[in-house]
Design a protein around this ligand. Structure first.
Ligand code: GLN
Length: 483
């Protein structure tokens, strides 16, 4: 029998409407589950128990009065700990912000509150979203519920693990270079990096502002589309945010006229054979349904990973300069000299990976190196953007693996950080080009760990990505009984 926690968002919406159970019962069930399992998984950094129960009671009251705020009224969710939440700690997985309590909430948090959602708590992440395993969290690593010896991926590892361990109905993550899609892929979840500017970044602690977007992680594709529709839209507090052009919402292409490109560069020989074959299986099955599938080449993608790491480190070094020991967050004790205060606070507050990025970013932006690194990387980004745009003149979307492997083992210390960075090859192009990218679970590896397949489309093509994603979901259910 399905327990309350096994149900999907759609089922919860229907059941709440039918008064089968209340939001209070549902919220209690999730809080009990967190209590029972989270000491093992480590998905949460903060559990909002008392407030969540109050919000659930208020939602039930609204429902009794017949004035629910939206279909999501009473649905419990969790958010990555780099989204500011008024009155609730927001640490970014860093010692620097360990005791920081923001005086305001991110726009996405406000939008979900306005929709009546119940806020369960804050989810673990790599420090300041830098990493791909959640092991760079200053507090503790998160375990993959499919195999606790494995990482859930990162940096939104808490968001993906909470979903896989039934500790939330849906979660929010952020994706600067793959941080929603990679953990979603490793934990068997659906995750999207939306079109740049479609979701307000107000209240998201900035890592690399020109690349990142907030997005939902869910169990199914249609749920993902539902949640995203609540997050998207122009926000006066984020000057880069825009509303979708009206015609993009009607964007529908029949499957038998669909042209799908397989970018040769994203099927590199370094990708695990099982992961590569899942992506090829997905392409062949869509072909059987009438889509035209062909290999395409985007030579500039060879530079995508180094381009991403130069630009993101440069932006990080500038964004993180505000962590100065004076304005907010940590302050080293017993230091009077401002220079020493700055230095000590940052040395104590930041972890190894964050320090590496700040040092690199400062180097890339220094007067002597700017032309050689930052300017060149910026040009490479424009090239990647142009090449992807012209590719979409010939095909509707691109299909590729999401990550190089299934979930990696925890505790493997790679000696070469650049080798880890190269493994972001499949996810960083969408951030550099600003285009949307969706990952959908598609089969498992020989150990039973989930594998995701990625779909990328032109700006504002989310409806098409969701449509094809749902098709993959149907194929998966038929082939593997939903695995
Ligand atoms: N793994 C990438 C990095 O460490 C992506 C991070 C992200 O998307 N936030 O930069």
């Amino acid at each position: 029998m399905k327990t309350l926690l096994d149900r999907t968002l759609t089922e919860h919406i229907r059941a709440l409407e039918a008064r089968e159970y209340s939001s209070l019962e549902l919220t209690r069930a999730y809080l009990d589950r967190i209590e029972e399992i989270d000491s093992e998984i480590g998905a949460y950094l903060f559990v909002n128990t008392d407030e969540a129960l109050k919000q659930a009671v208020a939602s039930d009251l609204r429902r009794r009065r017949g004035d629910t705020r939206s279909i999501l009224d009473g649905i419990p969710y969790g958010a990555k700990d780099n989204l500011c939440t008024k009155g609730i700690p927001t640490t970014c997985g860093s010692r620097y912000l360990e005791h920081y309590v923001p005086p305001y909430s991110a726009t996405v948090i406000e939008r979900l509150a306005a929709a009546g959602c119940v806020f369960l708590g804050k989810l673990n992440m790599d420090e300041f979203a830098m990493g791909s395993t959640t092991e760079h969290s200053a507090f503790h690593p998160t375990k993959n519920p499919h195999d606790p010896t494995c990482s859930p991926g990162g940096s939104s590892g808490g968001s993906a693990a909470a979903l896989a361990a039934n500790e939330a109905v849906f979660t929010l993550g952020s994706d600067t270079g793959g941080s929603i899609r990679q953990p979603a892929s490793h934990c068997g979840a659906v995750g999207i990096k939306p079109t740049y500017g479609s979701v307000s970044r107000y209240g998201l602690c900035a890592f690399a502002s020109s690349l990142e977007q907030i997005g939902p992680l869910t169990r199914t594709v249609s749920e993902n589309a539902t949640i995203l529709s609540f997050l998207q839209g122009q926000d006066p507090r984020d000057a880069t945010s825009r509303s979708a052009p009206v015609d993009s919402r009607e964007h529908t292409i029949a499957l038998h006229t669909l042209r799908i490109g397989l970018p040769r560069e994203l099927f590199s020989k370094d990708i695990a054979p099982e992961v590569r074959s899942r992506a090829l299986d997905a392409a062949h099955m869509l072909e059987k349904l009438g889509a035209l599938v062909e290999e395409v080449s985007l030579p500039s993608l060879t530079y995508a990973a180094p381009t991403y790491y130069i630009l993101s480190a440069a932006e990080a070094s500038s964004n993180l300069a505000r962590m100065d020991g004076v304005r907010f967050g940590r302050r080293a004790e017993g230091v009077r000299d401002p220079e020493a205060l700055y230095c000590r606070t940052r040395s104590e507050g930041f972890g190894e990976e964050v320090k590496r990025r700040i040092l690199l970013g400062t180097f890339f932006l220094s007067r002597d190196r700017y032309d050689e690194y930052y300017k060149k990387a910026f040009r490479a980004k424009l090239l990647i953007q142009a090449e992807m745009t012209s590719c979409f003149a010939n095909c509707h979307l691109l299909l590729s693996p999401t990550a190089f492997t299934s979930a990696p083992q925890l505790g493997i210390r790679e000696s070469d950080p650049a080798a880890i960075h190269r493994r972001d090859l499949c996810t960083v192009p969408a951030n550099l080009a600003g285009i949307p990218a969706l990952t959908v679970p598609f089969g498992k590896d020989c150990c039973g760990l989930p594998i995701g397949v990625q779909l990328m489309g032109p700006l504002w093509s989310e409806p098409l990505l969701y449509k094809v994603g749902e098709e993959l979901e149907r194929i998966r259910a038929k082939e593997w009984g939903g695995r």
